[in-house]
Design a protein around this ligand. Sequence first.
Ligand SMILES: [Fe+2]
Ligand SMILES: [Fe+2]
Length: 274
Amino acid sequence: MKPDLHWTLDDVPWAAFDASKVEPDQLAIVKAAAMVEYNSADYVSYLTNVFHDDPGFVDAARQWGVEERQHGEALGRWAATADPDFDFETRFAVFREGFRPDIDVTESIRGSRAGELVARCMVEVGTSSYYRALGDGTEEPTLKAICRYIAGDELRHYKLFYTHLKRFLEQDNIGTLRRLKLALGRIMETEDDELAYAFYAANNQGEPYDRERNTRAYMRRAYQYYRDPHIEKALAMVFKACGLKPHSRLFQATNFGAKWLLAKRQRELARMAA
Ligand SMILES: [Fe+2]
Ligand SMILES: [Fe+2]
């Protein structure tokens, strides 16, 4: 299937790049994000294994993988433009060497295909809100444009997985509580090894890997760009994937709690870095 992309690297306004607007924190997390995005092939293999007898989904997963990889290319090229010493391929090789997701499975690690799709929706909630927050937070015009393009893709990815989720819910029949548990589980994994190791691979100066340290280094930089509207939008997407109604009192309460938690985590990370 020929990939039909919504944008390409040629659409990115590279000529508008303004070195004086590059912030070191943004550069460091963009380098890390480029690693994870560029590594989509492993997840395509995983998804095509789990959904092997569903050709429609397999096609969609392959197209998805091409788009994710392009996110890595765009972010990697921006990082190398901002920092000519950044050698993307060498750094990516370090990342591949140290981090490999388990892809040799035929069944979802989430217990069912619907469960897998809930987890995939959560990943896209995370990425779409992240690139929106970073895009709103940066003053650098090229990065702003890249974030806008990527955030658009991530939102479409969420809709793609959500559409398939509805189909699989009919056969797998997992209720709201189970979906919530899966969703929260996947959100908590955000602070697992993948991003921490990507941050290390992309930014280390030769020091050994320290997971805790790199998790904090990545999260402190990433969380600082989140504002209330980013959280609210992300939460509405989480609610929808779990079969809960946004604009309900439960939503208001959860929204309040999520903002409070994030602010608390932002303060903790800032304090630990000081
Ligand atoms: Fe992506
Ligand atoms: Fe995505």
